[in-house]
Design a protein around this ligand. Structure first.
Ligand SMILES: [Zn+2]
Length: 203
């Protein structure tokens, strides 16, 4: 019908034959589909995958006590809690820091591949999957917050200190890059594919 929703404020804008127009409410540019959605989503996703590696291999936390320094990766921290019988905490850190970020990246990769291949089946499930991936993202920052709080709490100079390790930055950028990837991906592309396939079937 020549109408498109604003990407920022959801205002319905009449585009007709134009490929882009300015939103009368928030003055951002409105398109039928987010431009270069697939390329941008892939670029952010691949960068996030790359950052996932140092996030897990480098030290997330450097603890010093009485002059002795020790560094912990996410995984060694989980193993520490497991060894001390603190399995609920180990489970929370494992799912928030290792499992969920990987799962979210895999969900986005799956959606991107499906759109590229023109698969149309189960579009409702795919849209739901996209929503889950978007909601999941906000929980993976738990790890960064834990280190930030611990670092702020325990600063007693040489006696005892906790500092964030290099994995902290890698982890935070991985989470943010994954969020960007989900944001630039246009879920309407999932529905476009199924409409194309329907046309083909009807002809
Ligand atoms: Zn707007």
């Amino acid at each position: 019908m020549g109408l498109a929703g604003c990407h920022i404020c959801d205002q319905v804008v009449r585009l007709s034959d134009m490929s882009a127009a300015t939103c009368p409410r928030c003055h951002s540019t409105v398109h039928y589909r987010k431009p270069d959605s697939m390329n941008r989503a892939w670029a952010f996703l691949i960068s996030a995958f790359i950052m996932y590696i140092p996030a897990n291999t480098e030290a997330i936390m450097v603890t010093g006590a009485l002059g002795q320094k020790s560094s912990d990766t996410i995984l060694s921290g989980i193993l520490y809690f497991l060894a001390h019988g603190d399995w609920p905490l180990a489970l929370v850190i494992f799912s928030a820091s290792v499992l969920l970020p990987l799962l979210k990246m895999m969900v986005i990769a799956y959606l991107l591949i499906m759109v590229q291949r023109g698969h149309a089946l189960r579009k409702k499930e795919k849209t739901r999957l996209y929503l889950i991936a978007e909601i999941m993202g906000r929980w993976s920052m738990v790890d960064v917050f834990v280190v930030a709080i611990l670092a702020a709490l325990i600063q007693m100079g040489e006696l005892s200190s906790i500092k964030p390790g290099p994995a902290g930055m890698a982890f935070a950028s991985m989470v943010i890059l994954t969020m960007f990837s989900a944001m630039v991906f246009d879920p309407k592309l999932i529905w476009d594919q199924s409409e194309k396939n329907n046309d083909r079937r009807n002809n």
